[in-house]
Design a protein. Structure first.
Length: 441
């Protein structure tokens, strides 16, 4: 086909320096975009644990208020697979680059809107309704953004280094948490408790619009990936990619979701539920706990990339399996350390938790995306990755709250985490490890 021949000749004419420039531009855009998108999504999680029960559910007790707040938090997770399906269709039809821009813009607008929602004192229950609507838009946008961010980098990468390159998009999760906690931490330091609850928490949400503007400007230099461009030139774009991937690759989608189960539960207990547990059950001040979470997330943003790199050398499956085994036992040590209320053990447990779960998280982007052919990769990897949001990530803070209330011991939460890790361990051996292989075009 003349179009394919022309494409191959054009790709071959690129100098090594030119290829590296395009790769670095793609990696930079990927990492920055996911950082801002996760900042928006996780900012809501921190606020749900610290602010929303008091500002939007003030007539409920602490237990019910926390459950209601985490329920609005959960709505965003339900929306993520919907976003994966909607944006997956267009990501496999019109390309990765434009979807990266669209999802960034929609996430930013939703987060800014959340920062403008009046409290219960002003409009009653309608404040919670508007929060929920904003959270739905956040979830849909983030559900479609992950594939765009991962593939815009991974499909430019040498297959032998794809785990390392794709992990930069994964690093956006913990780095976004750093930004979210830092923003709320600064406002906590600059305001009184009353000022923070009245208006201080809103500033980080409103600042999103500035961050989005900067990111969109930097995305101008990003080019479409060679994988999608080749499919476009060769006329092999799928007509209905979501339906096709569900028909042909339902097994890979299901196993990807099960693979994510343990890691999703761990991430949201280590970063979101811990704030509620440490402040309400252990009676620590909010400020120090936010600092500990920010430190663990900052370290995690580096260990994610480290484990992505190691997955290129030793295999995705080995690292993820090791992480699953570790997390069958670690939650018991984690909560035992927290329950001592020790000034040494509590920060140590919090800071170590997220970097340890990165054994699973770092290699996931490459491991999951490599299991789908290029023409269906956006929709397939997105659906597999995001379905665990409904079954694992979203319910995790809610179930942790219920388990503690029902059994009166944190060991019930640790048992829940261990069971989820065992599910992931079984799934990692059922999913193919295609490390270092060429794209299945």
């Amino acid at each position: 086909m003349p179009e394919v021949t022309a494409f191959v000749q054009n790709a071959a004419s690129l100098t090594e320096a030119g290829k590296q420039r395009r790769l670095m531009t793609a990696v930079g855009a990927s990492a920055l975009s996911t950082s801002i998108e996760w900042y928006d999504f996780l900012l809501y999680g921190v606020a749900a644990a610290t602010v929303f029960p008091r500002r939007f559910f003030p007539e409920s007790g602490p237990f019910i208020g926390t459950l209601l707040s985490f329920s609005t938090f959960f709505i965003g997770f339900v929306a993520r697979p919907v976003g994966a399906a909607i944006f997956g269709h267009f990501g496999d039809r019109i390309g990765r680059r434009w979807l990266l821009i669209v999802t960034m813009l929609s996430t930013g607008l939703a987060t800014t809107g959340i920062g403008l929602v009046p409290s219960y004192e002003t409009i009653g229950i309608w404040g919670a309704v508007l929060l929920t609507l904003g959270r739905v838009v956040q979830g849909i946008s983030l559900g479609g953004a992950w594939s765009a961010s991962v593939l815009i980098a991974a499909e430019w990468a040498d297959p032998k280094g794809r785990g390392f390159i794709a992990s930069f998009a994964q690093a956006g999760g913990p780095f976004g948490m750093v930004l979210a906690n830092a923003a709320l931490g600064v406002m906590t330091a600059l305001t009184t408790e009353r000022q923070f609850l009245d208006w201080g928490w809103r500033i980080p949400f409103l600042a999103t619009i500035l961050l989005v503007g900067i990111t969109l400007y930097l995305q101008i230099g990003v080019l479409e990936t060679p994988v999608f461009t080749l499919h476009k030139h060769s006329g092999t774009i799928a007509r209905a990619p979501v339906a096709e991937v569900l028909k042909k690759h339902w097994r890979e989608i299901s196993l990807s979701a099960l693979l994510r189960t343990g890691q999703q539960v761990q991430f949201y207990i280590f970063t979101t539920y811990i704030i509620t547990y440490a402040t309400q059950e252990l009676r620590f001040a909010r400020g120090p706990i936010l600092k500990f979470v920010m430190i663990e997330a900052l370290i995690s943003s580096m260990t994610v990339v480290l484990f992505g790199r190691l997955s290129d050398a030793y295999g995705r499956r080995k690292l993820i399996a090791l992480g699953c085994i570790l997390m069958i036992f670690f939650p018991f040590l984690y909560f035992a350390a927290l329950d001592t209320k020790s000034a040494l053990l509590v920060p140590l447990a919090i800071i170590l938790a997220l970097p340890l779960q990165d054994l699973q998280y770092g290699p996931q982007a490459a491991f999951i995306s490599e299991n789908f052919p290029g023409s269906l990769r956006y929709s397939g990897s997105g659906l597999g990755y995001q379905l665990a949001s409904i079954t694992a990530g979203g319910p995790a803070p809610i179930l942790a709250t219920i388990l503690l209330h029902a059994f009166g011991t944190s060991m019930a939460i640790a048992s829940y985490m261990a069971i989820c890790s065992a599910i992931s361990l079984a799934s990692v051996y059922a999913l193919s490890d295609r490390r270092g292989t060429l794209d299945r075009l």
